[in-house]
Every structure is written in structure tokens, then in C-alpha cells.
Write a protein that binds this ligand. Structure first.
Ligand SMILES: [Ca+2]
Ligand SMILES: [Ca+2]
Length: 506
């Protein structure tokens, strides 16, 4: 009986499906794919499966090299003979978006951003006006569509849990406890190899990365050293007494050999450890443990939750939740509604699975407990699934990745990591919203920032290492130099862009 019902159901579906997509519409798509195992878009199952679901198919102008792709994009005009209908995996920078929209090559997508044509993205934008605002150009147009990933990679504090057990300490929750744990790592044989002196308690890569530790003193800032407060005012934490205090603490960590002295100067590739028996790092400040250690070490480290300062936890979200510039429609496209209906599918949970996991039954299965797993062996995923049947690895695709996609993956080690990352992600915020600068603003920043930014980077490093003094004279000279190099104008430019952003959120 059940079998009969299934057949009836599939017949019903056929009846409705065939007339709707009797005439498949075909468009020209251009984009770039640099996936390590060659992926051919013309034969990749993702596109044929999408065609079955939407009645929209493509022919391709597929690039395999980002530089050549950028050069090609730079030359596009409304009359280019090879102008495609859409750009997918478009990697459009803000400057490229401004230029191509300015030339009339890319069109404003707002007329189709509605429930009828794009129900999934419209619902996400309604729930998250900040995502919509981040896609909005200074003149109000929405020209490209984003990749939205609430679990974007972040710079995290990975701590070795076996080391904690060996030195009898709990996960630290504030500056004092962290310092205490690092001292225990330094003074004891935390890696258990019989040598008390081969531990490097905390390693990091560059001042940029070390800056994430400032959250211990309640400080987060973006790459322009700025933060936007709840009233929408852009301020600079860099010159506050709190910042000075935090830097003095980092200087103590440096003096006491609690942070890795090579972190400022030695590239990660030269510090990568292969010897499993003599792991030197108790804490790693970085994107992934495996950047510095063998894959097998992943299970020994856990992402530390942000520490507490005056009863509050803050943490910087580095990439934010979205990447814009992944999809665009050109003036050549005869039916923008059709291609936008196509891309809207990727903003649904089913679309996420189709683009990233493949087809249920063919590529993966869902277990009775709701978790999902691939139907090929783990070492076959890249060549069998990623290269042939899905599209998401490497450069960003348009779409939305619900937390469930990663949480429900049937691998306990990975899942417990993901759970920790979600907890940090829920605390972390972007210091300033993802604004879109005008051409004039971008140009001014590109004039001011190289000198000012590099001055700040060096000066902070020297404060931490002690090469520059943080006494009143040293500190006041630092603050004065920031003004001299144009910090006030940088703040004003950001304030203007943030004001527009807040307006676009309404
Ligand atoms: Ca030690
Ligand atoms: Ca040791």
C-alpha cells in the first residue's frame, strides 16, 4: 500500500512538473572555479539537478584562474560580445561592483527582490535587515547577491584540553585565570614528554591576530581600529586608557615568555609542527588548529569561549556573516526573474544541501537520528562529490548555510567543534557594520591608510615587546601621531558610511 502511494505521489509530481518546465530556458553564465580537483561546470551534476528543479539551464564561460577572470571582468562593457547573462562565483570586489554597475553592465536587482520571485532571500532579509543593508550600494541599489554563513571562519582561541588536565586547571574565564593557566603551561611539563622547558604557552601569527586577545579587556575593533556603538557612533578604542591597560597586560605576557616571541615575525609555514610527540603549543590564536599542527591533533583542542571583563563577554567576528559579490545579473539578460528564481533556491535549506552535499540517496543519506553522511568513503569526497556533483568548495557561491547543515553532519569530533564555534559566534559581533564606500571615500582611505595603518601595526607591536615605552610621553606621542596621519578623517568617512548603512536597515 505504501509502495502504491509512493508511485501515485511520484506520478502526481510528474504531472505538475512537466508542463511547468516544458520549455527550459537557457542562459549564459560566466564565473570562476579554482577548485583543486578540476570541476567542469558543463558536466557537473549540480547544474542539471538545478535545471530539473527550476526549469533554468546554462551554457558556460568558466574561468579557472582568478587573475585572468579579474582582467576579463575589468574589460566588460554593455556591448561586449562575450557579455554573459549572469555572473556566478563572481568574486566581485567592491571596486568591481562600483565600476560594472556604473557602466550599466550589472543591473539593480531590487525590482525582483520580492516574495513572488525570491521568497527565500526575501524572508532572510526581512529577518536580518543588516544583511540586506550590507548588500546595498551608496545609491540604494542591490547589485550583487551574497553568500550568508553564520558560522564563518573566525580567529579563535584554541586551547589544548589534555594540557589543562595535566596542569590541573580549568578553562580560563578572565585575564587573571588566563595568565595563571599560561604560567602553568610554561612551568610544568604540560605536553608530558619529560621536558619541562619545551612548551610555548600561547602562539599567534602577527599583531593583527594578537589583537583578538584585547577582548579580555572589553575591546574589539575592525581593521581600521574602529568600533560602532549602539547609538551608531563610530569611535576609536585605540587611544583609551582601557587600551593602554590591555597593552600593558600583553607586555607582561611577552616579558614572561607566555606568548610566543616568534609570533610577530616567523610565518606560520615555518612554525608548522609535524612531530606528534613534542607538541609545543598550549594555546593557538588562529583560524584552525591544523594551520600549525597535524590533523590528528584537532581533537585535543577546543575553542575557548570569550573571557569576561566587568561581567561582560565581547569578541570580534572577523568576517561577519556574509560575503557580497557572489552573484550578479547583466543588462544582456532577457529574463532576470527566471535567473533570480534559480538562484533563490540556494537560499533555502534544500538548496544548501544540493550545492554542498549533493543529492540525497545518490551522494548522501539522512540517518534515523537526523544526521547526514556521505555515501562515499571520506577520502573520496573531494574527487567523487565535490568535483563532480556539488559546486561550493573554494570560491564562495551565492546562498545561505543554515547552522543545521554543519550541526547535523555525522562526525562527532567535527560536530563538537561546530557547537563550540556556534557558541563563540553567538557572542561575537562585527565591530562596525559591513558598509559600502563611495568611490571618493574608497579613494581617500587608500591614500591615508597605508601609512597610518602600518604605523599603528608597528607601534602596537613595539608596545607589546617593550621596544617603545607606554609611559605618558610615549603614549601621548602615539595618540598625537594618529591625528597627524589623518585618523580623524578615517573616522569621519566611516561615520558617513555607517549612517547610510543604518538608513538602509530601516
Ligand atoms: Ca613547561
Ligand atoms: Ca614538555
Amino acid at each position: 500500500m505504501r509502495r502504491l502511494f509512493a508511485i501515485v505521489l511520484s506520478l502526481l509530481l510528474l504531472c505538475t512538473a512537466i508542463p511547468a518546465f516544458a520549455d527550459t530556458q537557457t542562459f549564459l553564465m560566466a564565473g570562476c572555479d579554482t577548485y583543486y580537483y578540476t570541476r567542469n561546470w558543463s558536466t557537473n551534476a549540480f547544474f542539471s539537478r538545478m535545471e530539473e528543479r527550476t526549469g533554468v539551464g546554462f551554457t558556460f564561460n568558466q574561468f579557472g584562474d582568478l587573475t585572468r577572470f579579474s582582467e576579463w571582468k575589468a574589460g566588460l562593457t554593455k556591448n561586449s560580445a562575450d557579455l554573459p547573462d549572469v555572473l556566478f562565483k563572481a568574486c566581485l570586489s567592491d571596486a568591481e561592483i562600483r565600476t560594472l554597475y556604473g557602466r550599466g553592465v550589472l543591473i539593480d536587482l531590487r525590482p525582483w527582490l520580492n516574495e513572488e520571485t525570491m521568497p527565500n532571500l526575501t524572508a532572510l532579509f526581512a529577518d536580518h535587515p543588516e544583511w540586506k543593508a550590507a548588500c546595498t550600494m551608496p545609491d540604494g541599489a542591490i547589485v550583487t547577491l551574497p553568500s550568508i554563513d553564520p558560522l564563518q571562519t573566525n580567529n579563535l582561541m584554541w586551547i589544548n584540553t589534555s594540557w589543562l588536565v595535566r596542569v590541573s586547571k580549568a578553562e580560563p574565564t578572565n585575564a587573571e585565570e588566563l595568565t595563571d593557566v599560561l604560567r602553568a603551561f610554561r612551568d610544568q611539563d604540560a605536553n608530558g614528554n619529560g621536558n619541562k622547558d619545551d612548551e610555548r604557552p600561547l602562539t599567534f601569527s602577527s599583531m593583527w591576530s594578537l589583537r583578538f586577545l584585547l577582548h579580555v579587556y572589553g575591546i574589539i575593533m575592525n581593521d581600521y581600529q574602529l568600533v560602532t556603538d549602539e547609538q551608531g557612533n563610530v569611535t576609536i578604542p585605540l587611544t583609551t586608557p582601557q587600551m593602554r591597560e590591555a597593552l600593558q597586560w600583553l607586555h607582561v605576557l611577552y616579558e614572561e615568555n607566555l606568548i610566543d616571541h616568534t609570533g610577530f615575525s616567523t610565518p606560520e609555514t615555518l612554525r608548522k609542527i609535524t612531530d606528534e610527540k613534542n607538541i609545543p603549543y598550549g594555546m593557538i590564536l588562529g583560524g584552525a588548529v591544523t594551520d600549525l599542527l597535524p590533523n590528528t591533533q584537532m581533537a585535543n583542542y577546543t575553542a575557548l569561549l570569550p573571557l569576561t571583563h566587568n561581567g561582560k563577554q565581547v569578541y570580534r567576528s572577523f568576517l561577519g556573516q556574509m560575503t557580497r559579490g557572489t552573484f550578479a545579473v547583466t543588462c544582456r539578460c532577457s529574463d532576470p526573474a527566471a535567473v533570480l528564481r534559480w538562484v533563490d533556491y540556494l537560499y533555502s535549506e534544500e538548496g544548501c544541501f544540493l550545492a554542498r552535499a549533493g543529492k540525497e540517496g545518490d551522494d548522501y543519506r539522512i540517518e534515523s537520528d537526523g544526521t547526514w553522511r556521505w555515501l562515499v568513503a571520506e577520502d573520496q569526497i573531494e574527487t567523487q562529490i565535490y568535483a563532480r556533483n556539488t559546486i561550493a568548495e573554494d570560491l564562495q557561491i551565492p546562498g545561505y548555510i543554515p547552522e543545521e547543515f554543519q550541526l547535523r553532519y555525522a562526525n562527532d569530533t567535527l560536530r563538537s567543534q561546530v557547537e563550540k564555534i556556534i557558541t563563540v559566534a553567538n557572542i561575537a559581533t562585527e565591530p562596525c557594520p559591513q558598509v559600502f564606500f563611495t568611490e571618493e571615500e574608497a579613494e581617500r582611505l587608500s591614500k591615508i591608510w597605508p601609512e597610518l595603518g602600518s604605523y599603528i601595526e608597528y607601534q602596537l607591536t613595539w608596545f607589546v615587546t617593550g621596544e617603545e615605552s607606554m609611559d605618558d610621553a610615549g603614549w601621548n606621542a602615539f595618540c598625537a601621531k594618529l591625528t597627524e596621519l589623518g585618523m580623524d578623517e578615517v573616522i569621519a568617512i566611516w561615520q558617513g558610511a555607517v549612517d547610510r548603512f543604518e538608513e538602509a536597515c530601516k
